[in-house]
Design a protein around this ligand. Structure first.
Ligand code: SAM
Length: 293
């Protein structure tokens, strides 16, 4: 079992398979890191296996945009078994590949969608076509890559007026879609566009059939008949950090103990077996909450 110095058990691994992306969102934090020399499918499998043997239960594949890798199906195929393997994607290539990903062992996807307005989408992503994302979501439902989480980063002055519309959009998928409202993280913080997602909680808590506080980062989830909503509030939230059960690996093979920092990475590329596990434990010891109470 992986437990850090702050008694936080690490159950979730997030592996970035590329820093490249086919979009260029104006607010993107690039998961905090740019890598040039990408891990191969075998290297990714070896790293995932070591974390699995150390007790990690869930794996998320991320980027950049994971679907720009031509070998993404092979990457998924080679992974060891986890309780859940998911992927976060912008959905642009999803309709072409959803069924192959499911066959390869992917359980579900998160799809990033901040607006339902085609013109705004194209502006925010610098050229993305929203029709492709929508057909990607439909294909993912068809392939049973569910529940799908729609990641909507809430940005003041950009999409706060689309919250109800996004919820209506989710409803049509009859319980297969969870809308995840994400607070904007601004790594070079100047406060612009920031909106506290918790101010929305009262809007949803009344009619909810069930309210869950998830183990992961104490995220709040509200369940309704045909959809669910969840809140991700990472900014200035010591509760979020104290309940953080996630560790990251960069696209070039470095363990990244915290999204918000790049000064404590541990290179694990090329390591195998016990040496690999020892290096992972070293990274674990560097984990500390970014925001503290
Ligand atoms: N390309 C993939 C995608 O679009 O999901 C994976 C990488 S993307 C960086 C992962 C998630 O981080 C997306 O849902 C994106 O909206 C979110 N994200 C990016 N920049 C962010 C920021 N500054 N604050 C909060 N979330 C952000």
């Amino acid at each position: 079992m992986l437990v850090d110095r702050f008694d936080r058990r690490i159950t979730n691994l997030r592996i970035s398979v590329t820093s490249r992306c086919n979009l260029n969102c104006f607010y993107c934090h690039r998961e905090g890191y740019d890598a040039s020399n990408e891990l191969t499918p075998d290297e990714i499998a070896e790293i995932a296996k070591a974390f699995r043997e150390l007790g990690v239960e869930k794996l998320k594949i991320t980027g950049g945009e994971p679907l720009v890798r031509q070998d993404i199906v092979e990457i998924v195929e080679k992974l060891p078994e986890f309780k859940e393997i998911s992927m976060t994607t912008n959905g642009i290539r999803l309709s072409e590949i959803a069924h192959d990903l499911k066959k390869a062992g992917l359980d579900r996807v998160n799809v990033s969608l901040d607006t339902l307005d085609g013109r705004k989408y194209s502006y925010a992503t610098r050229g993305g076509r929203i029709e492709r994302v929508i057909s990607g979501i439909e294909a993912a439902v068809d392939a049973e890559l569910t529940p799908i989480k729609l990641n909507m980063v809430l940005i003041d002055g950009f999409n706060l007026d689309e919250i109800d519309r996004m919820v209506e959009f989710a409803k049509q998928f009859e319980g297969n879609v969870i809308v995840q409202f994400i607070e904007l993280v601004n790594l070079n913080y100047n406060g612009e566009g920031h909106f506290d997602v918790y101010t929305l909680v009262h809007k949803f808590e009344k009619g909810a059939k069930e309210v869950r506080i998830r183990g992961m980062q104490k995220r709040k989830q509200f369940i309704f008949d045909k959809y669910a909503v969840e809140f991700v509030k990472p900014v200035d939230n010591s509760e979020f950090c104290m309940a953080c059960n996630r560790i990251r690996v960069t696209a070039d093979g470095k363990v990244k103990p915290c999204l918000m920092r790049n000064d404590n990475l541990v290179d694990i590329r090329g390591l195998k077996g016990e040496n690999l596990k020892r290096a992972i434990m070293k990274a674990l010891n560097l984990r500390e909450p970014y925001y503290r109470g």
